[in-house]
Design a protein around this ligand. Sequence first.
Ligand SMILES: C[S@@+](CC[C@H](N)C(=O)[O-])C[C@H]1O[C@@H](n2cnc3c(N)ncnc32)[C@H](O)[C@@H]1O
Length: 310
Amino acid sequence: MASGNVAKLIAEHDAILACEDNLSFLRPFKTETMQLVVTSPPYNIGKSYESRARLDAYVQAQAQVISECVRLLHPRGSLCWQVGNHVHAGEIFPLDLVLYPVFREHGLKLRNRIVWHFEHGLHCSKRLSGRYETILWFTKGDDYVFRLDPIRVPSKYPGKKYFKGPKAGQLSGNPLGKNPGDVWIFPNVKNNHVEKTIHPCQFPVELVERLVLALTEPGGKVLDPYMGVGSSIVAALKHRRIGYGCDTVQEYVDIAWDRVRALRSGTLRTRPMDRPVYDPSKPHGGQRRAEAESDSAPLLRLVLDENPKR
Ligand SMILES: C[S@@+](CC[C@H](N)C(=O)[O-])C[C@H]1O[C@@H](n2cnc3c(N)ncnc32)[C@H](O)[C@@H]1O
């Protein structure tokens, strides 16, 4: 449990959020208590909330935070580090490649390198525009929480049956849907996304929800040491987990609290996990059914969320 100046920030029973440097925030917590550490650190590319450092200094600083996170990780827990590219003088350095050895040094085991594909971003003129980032999902041991059913997605052919053999006539797929695979397509949080705040690089809540549902049990503790505006905390609380997070920018922490409170009062809008991405080749962008099932927001809003050019 937290102590000192962290404890006084416990304003809600299931959310502990602090405006604090992550190393000092993490130190008071008990060893092996977090079921999921999920985060997206600065990429060392000169965003407003970071100062650019040499790549080796950046890795060293990351290694310190990673080491604390590994200490806090429950033996059956998971650690998910979501990163893109560090870019220097036009050259890209994929941060998952750069940081992988740091996790391995701690004996963590890589279970998936999830590719998160999105449609919008900078248009590059001297290389292909970047349209994916990755999530390195590690576990501490071989006996880890992994719950596939809550994150299954609709099968392509749900009625498909075995046509011969002892199971002939029975459904060949799982009636609950299929494994979502390791390429995830979620819109990134750009200006027209329903979750957009002032933060320049937010997680889409639905991305973290998938990790929370698969890798933790209800009541489990979820930690984000670079929490920004608290997207991981929102995802954790939405599914009755406990959220722990910190950020060094007070304005982001204040927004995180606002989002937590809006979630509680039922006014926080997040993009539903089962909504397909906008597909201009389909009627209504292929979204009308999911819209009807998910919430009552008008379709126009949806179209604008994901197709800013319209
Ligand atoms: C990529 S953003 C994370 C955004 C977050 N996933 C969200 O959805 O809002 C990285 C965050 O790390 C914060 N940060 C940078 N250095 C930090 C440190 N030493 N301790 C805590 N937070 C830090 C930045 O202020 C920034 O908000």
